[in-house]
Ligand binder design. Structure first.
Ligand SMILES: C[S@@+](CC[C@H](N)C(=O)[O-])C[C@H]1O[C@@H](n2cnc3c(N)ncnc32)[C@H](O)[C@@H]1O
Length: 231
């Protein structure tokens, strides 16, 4: 992967960035996403935020190598501290981190948001927590995608500030858009998860009461939801 050829995962994230956006990519690593979008003429401006020195330097190098210093600002910063009011950011991408980490970044940095940003989020796990954060913080999930690459399932959640949206526990678990659309990738993922969950429940039974009841009930509830959504 490089700034010319993004992974399928980042390519699908890129597809949700509106033409002319001013994008902040937080946790940008090499900066491939904003650099690719600037080279394609999709974004008007970009900020690549990185908390770690080595990826920060890598993003700086990639921006310079592509002559994009006037378009993309690379900042060594923790989470949304990379945002400055004069950036007038209209879209924020957070990709390739755990959903819980993303919730922490968004909670700590909330005061830096201008209330107009589209969020394009690709968590590695913790999707349920992330959707719950969005629901409790005045976002509506406007689009979702599920894709499989290198034997991993990835979910992309796109949200915009809106009047409070309320999602059911099942919608928070599966994704309100994903469970409505039921794509082949969605069906295949949840068939796999169902097999794993049933195996785990069988292991609980063999453990003869060593597993807390609350945990057993949670797994049983989720199996019920999965059976329903696949029916
Ligand atoms: C696995 S990489 C993902 C890179 C890229 N976004 C992608 O999806 O391919 C996660 C990056 O997030 C950065 N990161 C983690 N916590 C961060 C934070 N609080 N603020 C900024 N960057 C962070 C890490 O240093 C790392 O470079």
């Amino acid at each position: 992967m490089n700034e010319q050829t993004l992974s399928l995962r980042l390519e699908r994230v890129a597809a949700h960035v509106p033409q002319g956006a001013r994008l902040a990519d937080i946790g940008s690593d090499h900066g491939y996403l904003p650099v690719a979008l600037a080279l394609r003429g999709v974004i008007a401006a970009g900020v690549a935020g990185e908390v770690a020195q080595t990826p920060y330097e890598s993003a700086l190098r990639n921006v310079r190598r592509n002559g994009l210093q006037a378009h993309i600002t690379v900042r060594l910063a923790d989470g949304l501290e990379a945002l400055e009011p004069e950036d007038c950011i209209t879209a924020i991408s957070l990709c390739g981190m755990g959903g819980e980490t993303m919730c922490e970044i968004l909670t700590r940095g909330k005061a830096r948001l201008n209330g107009r940003e589209r969020m394009i989020l690709q968590p590695n796990g913790g999707e349920h927590e992330l959707r719950t954060w969005l629901m409790h913080n005045g976002y509506r999930i406007v689009s979702e995608e599920l894709l499989r690459e290198n034997r991993f399932d990835y979910e992309i959640i796109v949200a915009e500030p809106d009047a409070a949206s309320v999602y059911s526990p099942e919608e928070l678990y599966f994704g309100p858009v994903l469970m409505r659309e039921k794509s082949p990738a969605f069906i295949a993922k949840w068939q796999r998860v169902l097999r794993q969950q049933l195996q785990t429940i069988a292991n609980f039974e063999r453990a003869q009461g060593a597993v807390p009841l609350e945990k057993q009930q949670r797994f049983a509830r989720q199996v019920g939801w999965i059976n329903q959504v696949l029916a």
